[in-house]
Design a protein around this ligand. Structure first.
Ligand code: GLC
Length: 478
């Protein structure tokens, strides 16, 4: 049995700010339990909900040598949905009401986390064949492993994989200020770790890891080009031989239109006409006009520039005034977007509903009750929402980037194929014309629309396929 350890800064159900948590919380469950003993290690943030903290049991504690001196490391564990989780405790680093704070604090915090993971495994007696690290927060694990544990028999056969969920976030800060990296050799700090005069955790991880993956094939290509590389395209081209893209899946049990406990009415491909009831109840619950003929466009997202909110903002008036549509937006994020959607909701009561909050239940109700799902991202490493919406027969309208391009097949009216609508350039007018096209199909060809919704539901974006690809990647490393 090969041991694998996922190291990450977030994971469902314990702590979540984005899609990373969904992947870390789901993928381990789908890897073959006969071949792999997959465990997960996370920081024990004080902000993890109390009822989850209460399920953790104390394992041990010790002091490890760190640049600041001897530092406390406590280890807790729990089993959730059959997966063994470890948590690194140190309240100096993991206090506060959210996992991330100021960048200068975070770089030091996650350098500590990465060192603590490596210091803990011999104490736990869990020797992984593969350390599967996620994003910049865990990217220094391969670095510390190679620099500090070179001759250590415990880690002799341990290989590392770094998965990039979003290349925009790199963990960058002034080299001299990162206390927990101070003792790395200069050759590392000033070369592998250095980018544009700063230290860059992601870059170092990319260079030190045995394999690098990202969360879709197209994104793996895009980050090797100047306009998608976020400054690291040269590095990505340099490591292209060890880089691959594996698209994410979604949890088909959590997102199941036939058994979803958040939904007031259930449906499957065979009973897709019952989706209407979800729409009706959604309209009622979130203050949209009760009108089965309006096309409900749903958006569930972090409100950031990455997600294309400036485009949505730009076309909102035109959309509402020229088409019989309703818009349901759920999410939180940048103040300017929150404010503008609040404004539209006030200006167009019954037509726009802005839910500036995070609610799992409302998200499910929008995925199930909307007719179309809008996701015009500037860039999108994978994207999970379009997969969820398809699972609920809600037709995605997306920009052709990263995982959106890989998972949504454009509608072809001649061949009657496709699972959504897509546009190429990051341009509001181009987006508007594709929304109009979608609207014309919805309105003029309801049978076509319904057939496409069924095709969406027939797609398989469960974790099975992706998990197999990760398994082959692991097996290739032993
Ligand atoms: C990040 C990316 C998103 C991806 C998710 C999980 O949140 O922005 O595209 O789906 O990670 O990999």
């Amino acid at each position: 049995m090969k041991k694998i350890l996922f190291a990450a800064s977030e994971g469902n159900p314990f702590i979540k700010t984005g899609g990373l948590a969904d992947v870390v919380g789901a993928l381990p469950k789908y890897l073959d339990k006969k071949q792999f003993d997959v465990r997960v290690i996370l920081p024990k943030y004080m902000c993890i909900p109390e009822h989850l903290k209460q399920k953790m049991t104390y394992v041990t504690e010790f002091y490890a040598d760190m640049p600041r001196g001897q530092e406390y490391i406590g280890i807790y564990e729990t089993v959730s949905e059959g997966i063994h989780y470890y948590f690194i405790d140190n309240e100096h680093y993991f206090a506060g009401d959210s996992p991330y704070h100021q960048v200068f604090e975070d770089v030091n915090k996650f350098a500590f986390f990465s060192r603590a993971v490596l210091a803990s495994l011999p104490v736990l007696g869990f020797c992984p064949s593969i350390l599967h690290c996620h994003d910049w927060q865990a990217a220094l694990i391969p670095v510390f492993l190679k620099e500090f544990y070179k001759g250590d028999p415990f880690y002799r056969n341990t290989k590392t994989i770094l998965t990039i969920h979003n290349q925009k976030f790199q963990g960058r800060w002034v080299i001299h200020d990162i206390e927990n990296c101070r003792d790395l050799p200069d050759s590392c700090r000033y070369q592998a770790m250095e980018a544009y005069g700063e230290s860059n955790f992601l870059k170092a991880g990319i260079l030190y890891a045995d394999r690098v993956t990202t969360v879709s094939k197209t994104y793996a290509e895009e980050i090797q080009h100047q306009d998608g590389g976020e400054g690291l395209d040269g590095v990505m081209r340099q490591v292209s031989g060890k880089l691959s893209g594996i698209v994410n899946g979604i949890d088909y049990e959590e997102y199941d239109p036939l058994h979803d406990h958040f939904l007031p009415s259930h449906f499957s491909i065979k009973s897709i006409s019952r989706k209407k009831r979800c729409k009706e109840l959604l309209q009622q619950e979130i203050g949209l006009k009760q009108d089965p003929t309006a096309m409900v466009i749903g958006i569930v997202s972090r409100m950031t520039e990455q997600k294309g909110f400036d485009l949505v903002n730009y076309v909102m008036e035109e959309m509402i005034n020229t088409m019989h549509v309703q818009v349901a937006i759920l999410g939180t994020g940048e103040g300017r977007f929150q404010d503008s959607f609040r404004f539209f909701a006030q200006k167009y009561p019954g037509k726009v509903s802005a839910l500036i909050t995070y609610s799992e239940g409302l998200a499910h109700k929008i995925y199930a009750g909307a007719d179309a799902f809008l996701m015009p991202s500037q860039f999108e490493p994978c994207g999970l929402s379009q997969l969820i919406s398809m699972r609920y027969g809600t037709i995605p309208i997306v920009r052709e980037t990263g995982g959106l391009k890989d998972t949504v097949k454009a509608y072809n009216e001649i061949w009657h194929t496709g699972t959504g609508f897509s546009f190429a350039h990051y341009n509001a007018d181009e987006m508007m014309s594709i929304i109009r096209y979608a609207y014309s199909v919805f309105w003029d060809k309801p049978k076509e629309w319904k057939a496409m919704a069924k095709r969406c539901m027939e797609e398989d974006h469960s974790w099975g396929n992706s998990a197999q690809k990760y398994e082959s990647l692991y097996l290739g490393l032993f």
